[in-house]
Ligand binder design. Structure first.
Ligand SMILES: [Zn+2]
Length: 496
């Protein structure tokens, strides 16, 4: 069965067939770095990361590109307000964006180009669009001539005449038609600017994405993602620019995530009802926020509130508890779980152990069915919880030897893998689960072991073999083996 994606362009689910078999070029509009991002913005970064991780899980070779808008009115205004340079603003908020994104389990894109690094490429595309008769110069600005592009409105499903009636023209603009949009802005005094054939100025916002996707994905994007608030005018304008310049289909599948609401209203900077990710992370771990953002289908609007986050924290704790219980009861370390992911499924004789292995396999196949159906994460979540319940029931029956341990490792491995694809479980959370399983002291074991091994390393450095062997043998009696590797000593809890 093929993966099916709801395509905003055709307004229906379609079988996913990338331009080149096995390879996927993904593009998502990045942030304008003038402020901390809020939980509504975060959804638009988490959804592409979820899509990327799932496609990789399904064996695709994904190239993911996201731009950073580092020159824009909002940045210039923020710098003026604060009496600092635009560089200061950009540096501060790009760093914050990278930190917050990492806390939410969002991996860095393969390419993360910044607008100011590509001004030359932007100028050359704008020039190309003018030469092809789709743009004109006016008062130091360059505008795209919307009437010259027949497909305008096809993504948002609106006709240009209706759009024109609602369009607003700023008095500072020199366009021939209200729908025309700026490709290049002539410089105003005191603003950062670059030389161009049309005089000093800076790139418009829409053109960035057309240039970056052409430069890094060859102008043929398999999946273009973004928030539904970007459909019009931003994505409509991207299509107009790219398709009039490259003369072919720009994007095969358009995916748009729904908004995050607060008390029934869309969260937004302009609405003043936003919660920054940074503030939320002071109260909740990133993995809980990630869980919250993927617990609903991406096309469903979600409401934000502390109750919702609390509910997600409890649901995630149920999954983690079942992992911790299994590790504790079966004396499993994180290495056992990692090994079970790589090892071929082993046949076991014990019937209950076999049943658990079957439950794990069916959880994975139901996970795939849900995710293949337009990334239905909300359905997929049920597969994780069902498997967690099966693990708990199995553990409650008590250990029946080696078979029980390997079946538990297998099931925990599958549960962890699904959580890993959804982005709220990683190597670190697995280590934390292992530490929690090992010590009743809830994570005290790890730091204590680190301390003990430090003392031992110190003894070895001083050639105090009596002390270092005493520590190693003492730990062995406690069921902990120490292995000396070139990266230092490692410890592991032995199965009993
Ligand atoms: Zn864009």
């Amino acid at each position: 069965m093929a993966i099916r994606i709801y395509n905003t362009m055709t307004r229906r689910k379609e079988d996913f067939e990338p331009y080149v078999e096995g390879k996927v070029g993904m593009y998502c509009c990045g942030p304008t770095v003038y402020d901390y991002f809020h939980i509504g913005n975060a959804r638009a970064f988490v959804v592409p990361d979820m899509v990327r991780k799932y496609l990789e899980f399904r064996g695709y070779d994904v190239t993911y590109v996201q731009n950073v808008t580092d020159i824009e009115d909002k940045i210039i205004n923020r710098a003026k307000e604060r009496g600092v340079t635009t560089d200061d603003i950009v540096r501060q908020y790009t760093k914050a964006f990278f930190e917050d994104r990492a806390a939410l389990g969002v991996g860095a894109p393969d390419y993360q180009p910044r607008a100011t690094e590509h001004v030359k490429d932007i100028i050359s595309m704008v020039d190309g669009i003018i030469k092809k008769g789709h743009a004109y110069v006016s008062g130091g600005d360059v505008y795209f001539d919307v009437s010259s592009f027949a497909g305008y409105g096809k993504l948002s499903g609106q006709n240009p005449d209706d759009l024109k009636a609602g369009a607003r023209v700023d008095i500072s603009e020199h366009k021939d038609d209200p729908l025309d949009f700026v490709l290049w802005k002539g410089a105003k005094p005191g603003e950062p600017s670059w030389d161009s054939p049309w005089g000093p100025g800076r790139p418009g916002w829409h053109i960035e994405c057309s240039v970056m996707s052409a430069g890094y994905l060859g102008g043929r994007v398999d999946i273009h993602l973004g928030g539904s608030d970007l459909v019009f005018p931003h994505h409509e304008n991207e299509i107009a620019q790219s398709e009039s310049f490259c003369e072919g289909e720009f994007v095969k599948y358009w995916m748009h995530n729904a908004m995050v609401n607060v008390e029934g209203e869309r969260m937004g900077k302009s609405m003043g009802n936003f919660f920054t990710v940074r503030d939320i992370l002071k109260k909740y771990p990133g993995k809980v926020v990630r869980y919250y953002l993927v617990a609903s289908h991406y096309r469903q609007p979600i409401s934000f509130g502390l109750d919702e986050l609390d509910m997600c924290a409890r649901a995630l704790a149920r999954l983690e508890d079942s992992i911790i219980n299994a590790m504790k009861a079966m004396r499993l370390g994180s290495e056992d779980i990692s090994k079970s992911l790589e090892a071929a499924k082993s046949k076991v004789n014990d019937i209950q152990a076999n049943n658990l292995i079957t439950a794990a396999d069916s959880a994975i196949s139901s996970f795939i069915d849900f995710m293949d159906d337009d990334f239905n994460t909300s359905g997929a979540m049920s597969a994780l919880h069902e498997l967690a319940r099966a693990i708990n029931a199995f553990i409650a029956e008590g250990s029946r030897g080696e078979d029980s341990a390997s079946a538990a490792a297998y099931a925990v491995g599958k549960l962890w893998r699904m959580g890993n694809v959804l982005g709220f479980m990683d190597d670190e959370t697995l280590e934390a689960d292992a530490a929690a399983a090992l010590g009743e002291g809830e994570g005290l074991t790890g730091p204590l072991m680190e301390l003990v091994l430090k003392i031992r390393a110190d003894a070895r450095a001083k050639k105090n073999w009596v002390l270092s062997d005493f520590i190693r043998d003492g730990l062995k009696e406690l069921g902990i083996t120490v292995e000396d590797t070139k990266d230092g000593a490692r410890w592991k809890l032995e199965r009993k």
